[in-house]
Design a protein around this ligand. Structure first.
Ligand code: PXP
Length: 252
């Protein structure tokens, strides 16, 4: 009798490329260069599955006109990161991107610091989530690997969690890297068992991405800074392609 061994195929891993920093450079001079839509197309050529942008309340990089042009012209899903404010919800509901990731936002921060507190903000978040979902937008929340937060996100009807990999990316000793990776793996599996989709991002680069990309239940990574930094030396298309290949290697 032939014994058929079934091999569990790992899920594919999508790459969301965050192009906020292309707009950061443009805003430094206030003109049109570098072109954000052109950057989006270069990222797509390199293998981006999703385009991610954060429309911040202070408009320090991405502008309202950018998100409209991107939505019209990119032809791949747009993931809009936003704070849970009525201004942002109104913008998202009229733009109707495929996905919105709700993030905490503090004016003075350099970049998003820490995950959203869905437990403390549940009452504020409920109408925001409902308004976005009514427009058929896939809503995710950016959370630290904390199972209590993940459980409340699920109870709020959120289908997707994006795990904050910032702490993992800052670790320097092998022990702490492994500890952070274990926390991420445990939370990713917890969310998956609750029936949620799992994304991850923040601080990922060409070196540290392998560990996170190897967590099988993660379906999407959102990466910006390291790709845009590499693009200065090798071009954006190539920088995205190189990251894409890192993701593929982790799932082989
Ligand atoms: N995911 C979220 C929710 C973010 O806020 C950011 C930063 O804008 C990223 C991913 C990408 O982080 P990085 O630029 O460090 O790759």
């Amino acid at each position: 009798m032939t014994c058929v061994v079934s091999v569990m195929k790992s899920k594919s891993l999508r790459l969301g490329v965050n192009i906020d920093h292309v707009a950061t450079v443009r805003q430094a001079r206030g003109g049109q260069q570098p072109d954000v839509v052109g950057a989006a197309h270069a990222a797509i050529k390199g293998g981006a599955d999703i385009l991610t942008v954060h429309l911040r309340e202070d408009r320090r990089h991405i502008q309202d006109a950018d998100i409209h042009m991107l939505k019209r012209s990119i032809g791949i899903p747009l993931n809009l990161e936003l704070a849970a404010t009525s201004e942002m919800v109104n913008i998202a509901c009229s733009l109707r991107p495929q996905a919105c990731c709700i993030v905490p936002e503090r004016r003075a921060e350099v970049t998003t610091e820490g995950g959203l507190d869905v437990i403390g903000l549940a009452d504020q978040l409920k109408p925001v989530i409902e308004a976005l979902q009514n427009k058929l937008i896939e809503v995710s929340v950016f959370l630290d690997p904390d199972n209590k937060q993940i459980k409340v996100a699920q109870e709020l009807g959120i289908s997707t969690v994006e795990l904050h990999t910032g702490r993992y990316s800052l670790q320097t000793s092998k022990t702490l890297v492994n500890q952070s990776l274990n926390e991420l793996t445990e939370s990713a599996n917890f969310a998956n068992q609750l029936g949620m989709h799992v994304h991850a991002g923040h601080g990922l680069d060409y070196e540290n991405v392998f560990g996170v990309a190897s967590i099988e239940v993660i379906e999407e990574l959102n990466i910006g800074h390291s790709i845009i930094a590499a693009a200065l030396f090798e071009g954006l298309e190539n920088a995205v392609l190189r990251m894409r290949n890192k993701l593929l290697a982790a799932r082989e």
